[in-house]
Design a protein around this ligand. Structure first.
Ligand code: AHR
Length: 507
């Protein structure tokens, strides 16, 4: 097969936030997986596991979404601030977590983590059992520069400087756990919450940096997701529109209906089904983005020119990942393993997001540790990096680069492709989704290139996974890239492999 790469034909910039992560108080994602507390025998830095912290520092997730998910709908932020031995103990029922909730990893712990790993925080506020006042006070605690009582409380808790949290989610999956609302009912609530958001500006006329994210549809329902967005925009158009910067559609690659298919056991059909399933996200992105444009175009012109009119909303995919059958009954809750099959769907999903970088601005993998499409698994004092982690790490080079226009898949083969260019550096992703055949790929560039590197993640054993405490079975390898001739390169791909190749445009 041959792929022609025209480095001048670009789609747009790949916002680093497309490589975001999501951590929630669910199962052992935060408690045990990230947070063990200062008194734990497990090596920790101020309560955070050193092994996990180091893995996150290496990955530098550009964005971290917290505290949920559905958990956010019952979270009262005051439970998680101040001296840890004074924090209340509640019970966490979220997705069958069924654990005492000691609130040890609260706002300051989270925001300090973000500072350490270089991530932008995205905080989801409680719109179900919380109030606009509680939301406003949380924002004030995080961001107020002036010495108000809340800002002084933050200083007392160790952070005199404001945290400048920009991204705030108003409600999570409001069509389900977030209230089982209709779009109309949600818009009513959203109007109140979003109107209460402080601007944190200091000069009249200054633009507020606060970014409000509205809950989007259930991305897994092809009909409902269309109706939801249509109804929501119709409702918004009825009167003056509130501040909405982002619209957060979630999409899980559900794999729960086939008994012979779990995270580590599957047939050939199961392999193909999962791959096909993750690509549906691209249809959702295209359709939702069209509907947002249509909805915005339908906003009435204000009677008075000075009144605001909603003109732009970013599309966000705040939760995505594989959801296997075994996760639904797992202890800890929603724990599942990851094989090369998950690595391939993770890579394909990142490529979908990157290829649509002119449409989607942020996205978060669900979730980072011990839950669903995890990057990191822990078991007591042991930790393993899953193949998903390796994919994210291999793809880091795309952050901030320009996506190159390329078809998603070569028609004849099962090879999926994506490429980006930053200055003189080209990165090409090649994913061979064929389980039993290698393939030779001819790349042709629009100008001469020099080969830099090829990193490959492959596995002969389709069911192998990395288990905490055991020798890693899946890890990326460096491969030789020798056959470069001017503008042409031939690459040999192993079966079932994710590959990132780097080239420099020759001067
Ligand atoms: O990621 C697990 C859960 O999935 C989240 O809490 C919720 O938002 C979604 O339904």
């Amino acid at each position: 097969m041959a792929i022609q790469i025209n480095t001048k034909d670009t789609i747009g910039k790949i916002q680093p936030e497309l490589h975001g992560q999501f951590i929630e108080f669910l199962g052992s994602c935060i408690d045990d997986g990230l947070w063990v507390g200062e008194d734990s025998p497990i090596a920790n830095e101020c309560g955070i596991r050193v092994d996990v912290l180091n893995a996150l520092k290496r990955l530098q997730p550009p964005m971290l979404r917290w505290p949920g998910g559905c958990y956010a709908d019952r979270y009262h932020w005051r439970d998680g601030i101040g001296p840890r031995d004074h924090r209340p103990v509640t019970f966490n029922e979220n997705f069958g977590t069924y654990e005492l909730d000691r609130h040890q990893f609260g706002t300051d712990e989270f925001l300090n983590l973000c500072e350490q790993v270089g991530a932008q925080p995205w905080i989801s506020v409680n719109m179900l059992t919380g109030t606009p006042r509680e939301m406003v006070e949380w924002m004030e605690y995080c961001n107020r520069r002036e010495p108000t009582t809340l800002a002084q409380e933050r200083a007392k808790n160790g952070h005199p400087e404001p945290y400048h949290v920009r991204y705030w989610g108003i409600g999570n999956e409001v069509w389900g756990g977030g209230g089982t609302l209709t779009p109309e009912a949600y818009v009513d609530q959203y109007r109140r919450f979003s109107s209460a958001i402080p601007s944190f500006t200091r000069v009249i006329g200054e633009q507020s940096d606060m970014y409000a994210i509205a809950s989007g549809p259930d991305g897994n329902k092809p009909n409902e997701r269309v109706n939801w967005t249509k109804d929501l925009f119709d409702e918004l158009a009825r009167y003056r529109q509130p501040k909405i910067n982002g619209y957060d559609a979630h999409f899980y690659n559900w794999n729960i209906t086939h008994e012979d298919d779990t995270s580590t056991k599957y047939t050939k059909e199961g392999w193909s089904r999962l791959i096909k399933g993750c690509l549906e996200l691209e249809d959702e992105i295209l359709r939702q983005s069209q509907m947002i444009q249509k909805g915005l175009a339908g906003m009435p012109l204000p009677e008075v020119a000075a009144d605001p009119r909603l003109q732009h909303i970013d599309l966000i995919v705040g939760e995505w990942g594989n959801w296997h059958r075994d996760a639904t009954v797992a202890r800890p809750a929603l724990y599942q393993q990851a094989t090369i099959r998950d690595a391939i769907t993770t890579a394909l999903t990142l490529d979908v997001l990157q290829r649509n970088c002119d449409t989607v601005s942020m996205a978060c993998n669900a979730q980072t540790i011990n839950v669903l499409n995890a990057l990191i698994l822990t078991d007591g004092e042991n930790m393993a990096l899953t193949p998903n982690y390796h994919v994210f790490e291999m793809y880091k080079v795309h952050r901030g680069a320009m996506a190159i226009r390329l078809p998603r898949q070569d028609e004849e083969s099962k090879v999926y492709q994506f490429a980006s260019v930053k200055d003189n550096d080209i990165t090409v992703d090649l994913i061979n989704a064929c389980t039993d055949k290698g393939v030779d790929v001819d790349l042709a560039f629009d100008s001469p290139v020099k080969a830099q590197s090829m990193i490959s993640l492959a596995s002969n054993d389709l069911y192998a996974c990395n288990v905490p405490g055991e020798r890693p079975r899946l890890a990326p390898t460096h491969e030789a890239l020798t056959s470069v001739q001017g503008t042409k390169v031939t690459v040999a791909l192993k079966p079932a492999s994710v590959n990132t190749l780097r080239f420099k445009i020759a001067a």
